[in-house]
Design a protein around this ligand. Structure first.
Ligand code: FOL
Length: 202
């Protein structure tokens, strides 16, 4: 009797153990898929921001925001921020054209977090496409980046070399970026992707 109860106890424990292992395996599969998608988006960000961008010492024009928005849609503010930081570090390690400056790494995190905040598991509308673009433009492009450039190159913060090209870019880029985000965001079948990830998690 004692022996059988003990056995049963072992069996139950064994079952729970096996079940936990199964869950863990599925969970890892989910992680692997997410990491794979994340890795592709990071690679795309590195390529777009380092190889396909127009870069001068004081201004940079690129469409890096596109993979970043997709990351925001799929992974949310925290992981998009982390992904953008990784893209910055990898990009600087592989294709740096100037000295590393930690301020731009912070920019990357904040930018990723903004897109995650506006788009994670949300319908992309004109309103949130425009609000996200405005937030990034104001916080990153018109506040932090001029500050970092002034610190990095030892020029006064209010010098025209910082502001003239930047204001011109902002005026042209704001509508382009909002429109691109709206159409790209709408074309991401995020519900389908999230559903398929969720099925694997079960
Ligand atoms: N340090 C780090 N960590 N990352 C960098 O990318 C980096 N880049 C530079 C120097 N140190 C770095 C090179 N200098 C802009 C202009 C020059 C520049 C870095 C950034 C710039 O104007 N960036 C814009 C747009 C970025 C985009 O659209 O991709 C900005 O407002 O952030």
């Amino acid at each position: 009797m004692g022996c059988c109860l003990l056995d049963e106890g072992r069996n139950v424990r064994g079952f729970i153990f096996a079940f936990a292992e199964m869950l863990k395996m599925k969970k890892h599969r989910l992680d692997a898929r997410m990491i794979a998608i994340m890795g592709l988006l990071i690679a795309l960000m590195v390529t777009l921001s380092r190889l396909v961008a127009i870069e001068t010492p004081f201004i940079k024009i690129s469409v890096t925001f596109i993979p970043q928005v997709i990351m925001g849609i799929l992974f949310g503010p925290f992981w998009s921020g982390i992904g953008a930081v990784l893209a910055d570090l990898v990009g600087m390690a592989l294709f740096s054209k100037s000295a590393f400056f930690i301020g731009f790494t912070l920019n990357a995190f904040i930018e990723g977090a903004i897109y995650g905040f506006f788009f994670y598991r949300k319908e992309i509308t004109w309103k949130n496409a425009i609000l996200a673009t405005l937030s990034v433009t104001l916080i990153i492009n018109l506040f932090l980046t001029p500050l970092w450039l002034a610190l990095m190159y030892h020029v006064p913060l209010f010098s025209w070399v910082v502001w003239a090209p930047r204001l011109l870019k902002t005026v042209i880029w704001l509508p382009i970026q909002s429109i691109a985000i709206y159409y790209v965001g709408r074309s991401v079948p995020y519900k389908k992707i999230l559903r398929s990830l969720a099925i694997h998690a079960k």
